[in-house]
Design a protein around this ligand. Structure first.
Ligand code: DP6
Length: 330
């Protein structure tokens, strides 16, 4: 058995968000979600399984920081799932690197758990297809299920472990959209999405958002089929705002926005009125993702540079699914 493997996996930005969990044990979501996998924001992970039995516990080094046992708990629980599938007890050494700042409003849990899943399974010699890997990644982090595929992806809510998986709607080169992330704060977020999913049901607005998806999901699918940003943009903006309304009205209330968030939202609407086709979406953090077509990306970036609260910008076209690398991180 080749007990070491390295993969690079892109993060993703959701057009229709995953927010709220139906089955916390299996991590089944309340709703389908649709995303674009990102080429320019990715995690590279090397997993080596310790078949000689030298390690007493799993070891994780992420972005050059060795994780304490407490901090690694969620990752160890994920490796336990891989061990269960393979029927082994051995420990692993894991080194992982993000090419973007963690907690920047780009989902490092999506690319991180997807990369841990694919590299961990490959290093164990497990022959799983991307659909089976998507189900496994989902148990680590919901949004990770979508990073198993490149391009434009839908995660089917599903009824059980096997059916709650993502699939590719269109490959990366289908539509040159851009995700331009306006970083307005690099601070670590106060509340993890993991905790947020569990309190979504305390919001009186949750039912309203979920029923709006009866229209929003088909609309996004149709907009993608037509490559129609004028159709896609308003729906993705509304769903981001609906998710944040749910977050803000949960108990406890989750308020991820910072003053810079609002500065970018107001500016996007002005630019659009002035004729620039660009729309916003926001994950569980303060930073704003601007979605536009590739031909407008330079104009959007130039505009962003005029805003006082924008600290940095990350620009990404659609990206591929997981890629196996011949060079390991250790
Ligand atoms: C707001 O699946 O990333 O980005 O891994 O438990 O933190 P945890 O949750 P995750 O939730 C992502 C939520 C979101 C919306 C989305 O990406 O669909």
């Amino acid at each position: 058995m080749d007990n070491k493997a390295t993969f690079r996996v892109g993060s993703n930005i959701a057009f229709i968000k995953y927010w709220g969990v139906a089955d916390p044990a299996l991590n089944l979501p309340l709703n389908n979600s649709i995303s674009m996998t990102l080429a320019a924001a990715h995690t590279t992970t090397t997993v080596r399984w310790d078949s000689e039995g030298r390690l007493n516990e799993d070891e994780f080094t992420i972005d050059d920081v060795r994780f304490t046992r407490e901090r690694a708990d969620r990752l160890v629980r994920h490796l336990n799932r891989l061990r269960r599938v393979a029927g082994v007890e051995i420990r692993a050494q894991v080194v992982s690197r993000n090419n973007f700042p963690m907690a920047s409003g780009i989902a490092s849990s999506a690319s991180g758990f997807a990369a841990l899943t694919v590299a961990g399974c490959a290093a164990l010699g497990l022959q799983l297809n991307n659909t089976e890997l998507s189900a496994l990644a989902r148990q680590g982090s919901g949004s990770a299920s979508r990073s198993l595929f490149g391009g434009f992806v839908e995660w089917e809510r599903g009824l059980d472990h096997r059916s709650s998986v993502a699939r590719q709607l269109y490959p990366p080169d289908y539509w040159p959209l851009m995700d331009i992330v306006a970083v307005v704060s690099g601070a670590e977020k106060q509340v993890s999405s993991e905790g947020g999913h569990q309190i979504a049901a305390t919001s009186p607005l949750l039912a309203g958002r979920l029923s709006s998806l009866d229209f929003a999901l088909p609309d996004v699918r149709q907009a993608l089929a037509e490559r129609n940003l004028a159709r896609l943009g308003p729906v993705l903006e509304q769903d981001a705002l609906a998710m944040h309304a749910v977050m803000m009205t949960s108990t406890p209330s989750l308020l991820y926005w910072q003053p810079g968030t609002l500065e970018v939202l107001q500016a996007v609407r002005q630019w659009r009125t002035a004729g620039l086709p660009v729309y916003f979406t926001i994950d569980a953090g303060p930073n704003v993702h601007l979605i536009c077509e590739a031909r407008d990306a330079a104009a959007v970036q130039a505009k962003l540079q005029t805003l006082a609260s924008v600290q940095s910008v990350i620009v990404s076209p659609p990206g591929p699914g997981p890629e196996r690398l011949a060079t390991h991180l250790f």
